[in-house]
Design a protein around this ligand. Structure first.
Ligand SMILES: *Cc1c(COP(=O)(O)O)cnc(C)c1O
Length: 367
């Protein structure tokens, strides 16, 4: 990142091509063959919006599966882009149901695409993408996958999974710097989407055609971020790819969840629904627990956590991904123990009883 790369220079063009080839390979494709990886400037959301706008044409209709904020964000994108859409929603602690998707596809012949989030980072829940892909394929529709927080850590093979496009970004499981998202797409599906896009800068076909023709990005690329991404992919491969990285994240998650429970916390999800990406923890009922104070006490010890994003229950989140290992997780747990002692919190159990259930479509009632 310390080098000032020329965005039209041959070395930068080669670096872009190398990153594209690696991304297609990570998704299970052979470079230049069936799959193409199209990088896009911006955060991950830009690439999700580009994928929806490019693959779902003005005469198409997309069924959005929602069980968290990222599914909800796709619905919002459809509203803004004025793309016809339908929604199948489950609560944040419930995986997207293949049966519900099947029923929706059976009753609405107008639906052409289904959009699903692989790991819903809102809660950390794993959605059953293999079963969902099978249902969508059986109904003759096309699948778009937001695998932002899963790509590179959870197995995903587009040669087996029937899916037109997978969206992710440089800065999650691939551990690059933020600033680039990408879409790995089936070549024929991307070619067929020509002319669909609602936007010039978010037109994946146009971005792809320009890269094919010239090797260059259409508009100024984040050169430093691509250089970092290129290096991050080398480190990803050196760790053993999806297998090695996924194994480290699973160990992180195991140590974290066991340690949290050892401190008396309750995780939001049961283990069988928990992806090894981010863990949601129910807020303790103890009146001495305040998230802001806990956050600051951890931060002072060198650990940064996330606020909760749920509508179902008061919570906070702890990530398992990035350049961290079991030692870091144990360090975080020790810092939590000290912080709780400092705050005078003795009981980390959440308020008893089942979590509040929101009325469908309305915000959760206050707890
Ligand atoms: C992180 C993430 C995104 C994109 O978020 P940005 O803040 O735009 O990078 C989209 N979907 C999921 C599931 C995510 O985890």
């Amino acid at each position: 990142m310390l080098r000032d790369w020329g965005s039209r220079d041959t070395e930068f063009i080669a670096m872009t091509a190398r990153v594209q080839a690696h991304l297609a390979a990570i998704a299970g494709g052979r470079a230049g063959a069936d799959l193409v990886a199209v990088p896009l400037q911006g955060s991950g959301t830009f690439s999700v919006e580009a994928a929806l706008g490019t693959f779902v044409g003005p005469r198409d209709k997309v069924l959005c599966a929602v069980n968290g904020a990222y599914g909800r964000r796709m619905v919002r994108m459809c509203e803004v882009m004025r793309r016809a859409h339908a929604v199948v929603e489950t609560t944040e602690d419930t995986p997207v149901s293949p049966g519900a998707i099947d029923a929706a596809l059976a009753t609405d012949a107008g639906i052409t695409h289904v959009a699903v989030v692989h790991c819903e980072t809102t809660s950390g829940i794993l959605n059953p993408v293999d079963e969902l892909a099978a249902v969508v394929a059986r109904r003759g529709r096309r699948l778009l996958l937001d695998a932002m927080s899963a790509f590179g850590a959870l197995p995903l093979d587009m040669t087996e999974l029937r899916c037109d496009a997978v969206v992710a970004s440089a800065n999650k499981c691939l551990e690059g710097a933020p600033g680039i998202g990408f879409v790995v797409a089936r070549r024929e599906a991307l070619a067929a989407a020509e002319g669909n896009a609602h936007s010039l800068s978010l037109d994946l076909c146009d971005q792809w055609r320009c890269l094919e023709r010239t090797g260059q990005w259409r508009f100024t690329p984040p050169t430093h971020v691509l250089a970092a991404f290129d290096r991050a992919i080398d480190e990803f491969l050196a760790e053993g790819g999806v297998k090695g990285r996924g194994a480290r994240y699973r160990r992180n998650c195991r140590v974290l969840v066991d340690g949290l429970r050892g401190l008396g916390f309750e995780t939001f999800l049961p283990d069988h629904l928990q992806a090894p990406i981010i863990v949601t923890v129910r807020t303790p009922a103890d009146p001495r627990f305040h998230f802001e104070a806990f956050y600051e006490a951890l931060r002072a010890r060198g650990y940064v956590i996330y606020p909760g994003k749920l509508t179902l229950a008061d919570s906070f989140r702890v990530g398992c991904i990035g350049r961290v290992d079991e030692t870091d997780m144990r360090g975080a747990l020790a810092a939590m123990r000290e912080s709780l002692r400092e705050m005078g919190v003795i009981d980390c159990r959440p308020a008893s009883g089942p979590p509040a259930r929101p009325v469908h479509g309305l915000p959760a009632p206050p707890r």
